[in-house]
Ligand binder design. Structure first.
Ligand SMILES: *Cc1c(COP(=O)(O)O)cnc(C)c1O
Length: 421
């Protein structure tokens, strides 16, 4: 074993005259924490010290509420549904456009996802569509703060309250996003987060949920640990007996192995310190694009309301339909041409994730009678795409590089449409 471990950070790659960084940004301190965790020999279990430290750190950041760590965002969503008593044949409202995990969380516990159309400007759940879809058989709503912008929580909460239906927030793309000055994840019964490598708060893999309700937090903690009664702290045999946690004990409910790996907790704890700063840089870099969207030909970009902040986990740019009429070309042609031009200038893009879920084969049994090809959500996704690279995302870059890349995007976009004239 080398006496001096060599803490090398993941490589950066040149992009023109600039160097692009990988995400997450790892420092020597991250490596030291992981190695300390390995040295402790505590590599699995409930109530481990490093897990407690992680949960406390997140609790302090998010402000109030109990945090329960999980091994992914998908399991956080599944555990949230189980915690709220959702089970086989229960209907769960989910947006038609989201990552598959939101709907799979329902199907994996035998529940039935019912898809709800989205708003074509924000890519978030349409409040009117929720009001229409919320019949008496609905047992929960999963709202997704898509790409880093909060849903219209007051309106959706009012509809849900009237029917007595609990809300779960899927915040996998929205760590640090504010709605009326509150962090998303604290605006509902249970907020669910992912720490997969592409997310703003990234452990490689992992997740957590947050709830203000101590009983729900305890139930979620037990479900994450095979349905066993699970104290929050690591306990010794005698202490366990004293507190009523028999060492050999019965499972009290359905559960599984959904706990966060302590190595992932060790890797991620310190990253929370820099999250809000990086988000501020990102918002600053995005400002000109958002403010000048109207002056960039045929560019559509989500405009956050004055009651919201957008954390730009993904930057989805839309092409205005006016371009189709103006140039007499198909939307697909224009979109592909634009993406090729951007790629040649060092700005990669992706169609992530298309088509919308009810048009994907695995979800067709849940699509109902709606013609999803005619919905606002489908059309919005078909005339848009996501810019920048998951491997070298904007959030990982120095502020000046963020600004330069956003400005390049704006320039290449304008030049492309000028070239079509
Ligand atoms: C990433 C993501 C998830 C799933 O998180 P994992 O940690 O990958 O399981 C769920 N919902 C949305 C919206 C996501 O983007």
């Amino acid at each position: 074993m080398p006496s001096k471990p060599n803490f090398q950070v993941p490589s950066a790659e040149p992009n023109g005259t600039r160097t692009l960084h990988r995400w997450p940004i790892l420092t020597g301190e991250n490596y030291r924490k992981v190695i300390a965790c390995i040295s402790s020999g505590e590599l699995s279990g409930s109530g481990l010290e490093v897990i407690n430290e992680f949960e406390k750190t997140v609790e302090n950041w998010i402000g109030g509420g109990h945090v329960v760590s999980t091994n992914s965002g998908t399991t956080a969503l599944m555990v949230a549904l189980l915690t709220l008593g959702v089970g086989p044949e229960d209907v769960v409202l989910v947006p038609s456009y989201t990552w598959s995990a939101t709907a799979f969380a329902a199907t994996l516990i035998g529940a039935i996802p019912r898809f709800v159309d989205i708003d074509s400007d924000t890519y978030n759940l349409s409040t009117e569509a929720v009001a229409k879809a919320i019949t008496p058989d609905v047992k929960a709503i999963i709202v997704v703060h898509m790409h880093g912008l909060s849903c219209e929580m007051d309106e959706i909460t009012a509809i849900a309250r009237e029917k007595g239906v609990p809300i779960i927030e899927d915040c996998a793309q929205a760590h640090g996003a504010l709605y009326k000055k509150q962090y998303v994840g604290t605006l509902s019964d249970i907020g669910c987060f992912s720490m997969q490598k592409s997310k703003h708060f990234s452990a490689g893999d992992g997740g957590f949920l947050v709830t203000r309700n101590a009983a729900l937090a305890q139930k979620a903690r037990d479900i994450c640990n095979f349905g066993l009664p699970t104290p929050k702290h690591n306990y010794h045999f005698e202490e366990g007996l004293r507190e009523g946690y028999a060492v050999f004990r019965e499972c009290e409910q359905i559960g599984g192995m959904f706990r966060l790996n302590p190595l992932s907790a060790a890797l991620v704890i310190d990253q929370l310190e820099h999250l809000d700063q990086r988000i501020e840089w990102l918002q600053e870099a995005m400002k000109p694009l958002v403010a000048e969207a109207a002056q960039v030909p045929f560019l559509k970009i989500t405009q956050p309301g004055s009651h919201q902040t957008h954390v730009w986990h993904k930057i989805r740019v839309g092409i205005d339909y006016g371009a189709v009429d103006h140039y007499g070309r198909s939307m697909a042609d224009i979109r592909q041409g634009l993406r090729n031009t951007l790629a040649r200038s060092g700005i990669p893009s992706t169609l992530w994730t298309a088509p919308i879920l009810p048009l994907q084969k695995v979800f067709r049994p849940y699509a109902g009678t709606i013609d999803w090809t005619k919905t606002a959500g489908h059309l919005a996704i078909e005339n848009s795409f996501i810019v920048f690279d998951e491997k070298y995302p904007l959030i990982a870059q120095d502020p000046s590089t963020m600004t330069a890349l956003v400005s390049k995007l704006r320039q290449v976009w304008s030049d492309y449409f000028a070239s079509l004239e």
